[in-house]
Design a protein around this ligand. Structure first.
Ligand code: BGC
Length: 340
């Protein structure tokens, strides 16, 4: 049985912190940018721990620029030079990451206040992203659902636009299954992907697709993240660690993260074709988290399910184009288990 209640309200801002709870999980979310604030689960000794990074107060969510816990859109990841053409029209978006556009711009979905309703075991967030918001064409009606089902948090995205537009939505939670007891170098990762998109020094995909076989990027079998990061590989240097789009070669349970010491395991299934694996390379001690630690590089791993970054320039038939009146439907589920 899942119970859902409001645990904190910022009435003047129409922002709530909402707790979803059952026997296996306690998940705290907010309608401010649909952030996931906390995910509590047990370890193999039955101790509860919070497995995502985050902050105590709303204020830090309003000002942080690392997207910790955020819903990211309209376009997650990068668009080269923030520029694209659609139906013969040119669009210029904000340049907010080196020479490129990142994560929907200056005031992306992570900074928007959503309406929401609670229905049974789910919180349904809705938002109208107006035509030209952050430079994107079309009024986009968005619905994001967080549902708690036993050991699983199911996230569903639905959107429809009144003009052709771009879309690429993800969740930017920073996972640490040790519950901030150590960084993620001792976490094991499995990603069902035979290829990655190579990136340049700005993190933008170059168009080169690399087979992972016999490279540090082969996570088809469970592999220690720390072992991967020790390797000498140009792509790891360019990303300052893992910060790459993996092109998924399976359709279910494509990503798995495991922490042997606590027995905690997270399995991710998605309908989306790629996942950006990001080892928090740009956390630099500048943000202090909810348990008093100044977050550092490698303190977490992000599992950002999405379309190919910069697909509008790189794909012959870009998957990220949402045609007027058509439905964008995508899901990602996060299953939390303890392996004893
Ligand atoms: C990007 C990183 C970026 C981070 C922002 C990730 O999705 O790939 O390069 O620094 O988000 O927090």
């Amino acid at each position: 049985m899942t119970t859902i209640k409001i645990i904190k309200s910022y009435k003047d801002k129409k922002i709530d912190f909402i707790e979803m709870k059952n026997d296996a999980l306690k998940v705290v979310v907010t309608n401010y940018g649909c952030h996931i604030l906390s995910i509590y689960m047990k370890d193999k000794e039955e101790n509860w721990g919070d497995v995502v990074l985050g902050f105590k107060d709303l204020e830090t969510y309003e000002t942080q620029d690392k997207y910790i816990g955020a819903l990211v859109g309209r376009f997650a990841n990068r668009i080269k030079a923030g520029h694209f053409s659609l139906n013969g029209k040119n669009y210029q978006l904000a340049i907010n990451n080196g020479p490129n556009h990142l994560h929907g711009g200056i005031d992306g979905f992570n900074h928007q206040v959503f309406d929401y309703r609670i229905e049974n075991n789910q919180v349904i967030f809705t938002y109208l992203s107006k035509d030209k918001e952050e430079g994107y064409p079309g009024n986009l009606t968005l619905e994001v659902t967080y549902a708690l089902n036993d050991q699983q948090l199911d996230v569903h995205y639905h959107a429809v636009s009144d003009q052709d537009t771009l879309i690429n939505i993800t969740n930017h939670s920073y996972f640490n299954l040790s519950s901030e007891k150590e960084n993620i170098l001792n976490h094991d990762l499995c990603v069902k992907a035979d290829k990655i998109a190579c990136i340049d020094a700005d993190g933008l995909p170059t168009g080169e697709i690399m087979a992972v076989k016999q490279t540090p990027f082969d996570f088809n079998q469970m592999h220690r993240i720390g072992e991967c990061l020790k390797q000498n590989h140009l792509q790891l240097q360019l990303g300052n660690g893992l910060d790459h789009p993996f092109i998924l070669s399976d359709t279910k349970d494509q990503i798995c993260l495991y922490h042997a010491l606590t027995g905690r395991q997270l399995t991710v299934s998605t309908s989306l074709p790629c996942v950006q694996i990001y080892t928090a390379n740009y956390l630099d001690g500048g943000l202090t988290g909810k348990y008093g630690y100044a977050y550092q590089s490698r303190d977490a791993v992000c599992i950002e399910t999405e379309y190919l970054p910069d697909g509008i320039h790189l794909e012959k038939e870009p998957q990220c184009i949402l045609k007027k009146g058509e439905n964008y439907d995508a899901y990602t589920s996060y299953r939390f288990e303890v392996i004893k």
